[in-house]
Each structure stands twice: as structure tokens, then as C-alpha cells.
Design a protein around this ligand. Structure first.
Ligand code: J9Q
Length: 242
């Protein structure tokens, strides 16, 4: 997979070069390009924003600068066509299903907006040439799309072959079966008077699997009943309902 990010703060994306993701890049599992939007300005002030038509607070990112940047990064008539992702509070919610879907893409380009957002014509024009998704990582306000891009890139990259040390992790983590993960424990057996649940030290793998499933169901019921309601019919068996 190739991932490109366009931003006015390239250093915000430095964490991509760290840890597992950094190693995956070194091993060419993922190719990452970070591009400074100001490279496509032509005025002495390198302006990327301007006042909003219709008035109101804040500034809007200029279409001409973004248009040139996207032409340069995404290409105008080359294949494969990238999927353009625009982080925005007004976007569709990003979730694990989206991460899984995008992990099959050959090329993602993230357009990180700041201020009040990017002139809508940039998105509308790009959509005539490539698939575009405006996506939110949650109902809160950030200063810009860079942190959202980091979140989404990590969620996607960890699903790619050769990125995670243990591929089983991706299959067994929260949301992989539609439920929240239950509690986890490691040594020591007793810590500050808190003991590890006996079942986890029993060696009875069937009982351990049952206990973990029950913990995941209980936690999901308490914290995210919406996930339970969204489970495909038949996901919960008789033992789950007992
Ligand atoms: N608040 C923001 C401001 C700028 C770009 C993205 C966001 C965002 C994305 N998901 C939630 O918020």
C-alpha cells in the first residue's frame, strides 16, 4: 500500500516513522509520502487560506492551492487511482469496518484541512476523478485533520500483512468479533492484593475461552450496548445468552 498525506504541518506526521509502522515502512510493506501544502502556493506569503464567502468566523483553505497539490500528488490521468480521504468533523464515522475496507486499497491520499475547512469545490472536483470519502474519527473538534489521519493510518496499516508482529492480534482485538475486548492480565499472579482470575490459570482452555467471551459480552453490554444491537443475527449462541 501507498499512503500520501498533504498537510501544512508535515512534522505532525513524524509519528508514522516510529515503532511498528516505521519498521513496516523501512521494509517497504507501506510507502508513505508527506507533502507540505505550501509547496503549491505562489505568493510571497505562501497563503493557503482566505476569508469565507458569506462571512463568518475563521478562514477557508484555498481551492487553487489544494487543486494543484492534489493534481501533483494524485496525478490527473494515471493509474491506479487513489482513494482520497478528507478528515472532517462533518464526515461519516470512521470505524473498524472502514479500516478493513481501506486495507485492501493500493493507494490512500489523506488531505488534512485546518481552519474552518477546505473549499468544498476541491472535494467536488476531486470526486470527478477519484473516490473521495469525508470521514470523522469522533464527535469532538480538533484543530486540524493531521491527528485524525494518524489515527486512521494506524488503524489501516496494522491490518496489512507484515506490519504487526503477531497477525493473530489483528483478528482477536476489540471489534474483530463485534464485541469489546474483555480484561487482560499478566504476571505477577497477585499484585497489590489483586489476584488474577483463577480460570485464567486453570489450563482449561475451553473454560478460559468461555470466561473471556462472557467478559467481552458483559463489558460490551455495559459500555457499548449499541454494538450488541448491531451484531449480525445469529452471532450470539445459546451459551452467550445463558
Ligand atoms: N475536528 C476536525 C478539524 C479538522 C479536520 C478534522 C477534524 C475531525 C475529524 N474527526 C473529528 O474531527
Amino acid at each position: 500500500m501507498r499512503i500520501d498525506v498533504i498537510t501544512i504541518f508535515p512534522d505532525y506526521l513524524a509519528p508514522l516513522r516510529e515503532a511498528l509502522l516505521g519498521k513496516a515502512i523501512e521494509r517497504d510493506r507501506i510507502a508513505v509520502g508527506v507533502h507540505d501544502l505550501r509547496n503549491w502556493t505562489h505568493d510571497v506569503h505562501r497563503a493557503v487560506d482566505d476569508s469565507p464567502y458569506g462571512g463568518g468566523p475563521g478562514m477557508v483553505m484555498k481551492p487553487d492551492v489544494w487543486g494543484e497539490a492534489l493534481d501533483a500528488v494524485c496525478g490527473t490521468a494515471q493509474t491506479p487511482v487513489p482513494r482520497l480521504v478528507v478528515p472532517t468533523p462533518a464526515g461519516r464515522p470512521f470505524d473498524q469496518r472502514t479500516a478493513i475496507r481501506w486495507s485492501a486499497e493500493p493507494w490512500l491520499v489523506f488531505a488534512c484541512g485546518r481552519y474552518e475547512g477546505i473549499d468544498q469545490r476541491v472535494i467536488d472536483d476531486a470526486a470527478t476523478r477519484m473516490p473521495v470519502e469525508e470521514v470523522s474519527i469522533g464527535d469532538y473538534v480538533l484543530v486540524g485533520g493531521e491527528v485524525a489521519a494518524l489515527v486512521m493510518i494506524e488503524a489501516v496499516a496494522r491490518l496489512l500483512p507484515g506490519v504487526l508482529g503477531n497477525p493473530l492480534s489483528a483478528e482477536q482485538d476489540s471489534f474483530s468479533d463485534g464485541l469489546l475486548e474483555g480484561p487482560c492480565y499478566t504476571r505477577p499472579e497477585v499484585w497489590r492484593g489483586h489476584a488474577v482470575p483463577d480460570v485464567l490459570r486453570s489450563g482449561n482452555h475451553a473454560a478460559i475461552a468461555r470466561w473471556r467471551r462472557d467478559q467481552a459480552l458483559a463489558r460490551t453490554y455495559r459500555r457499548r450496548p449499541d454494538l450488541l444491537a448491531a451484531l449480525p443475527t445469529g452471532t450470539l449462541d445459546a451459551a452467550d445468552r445463558a
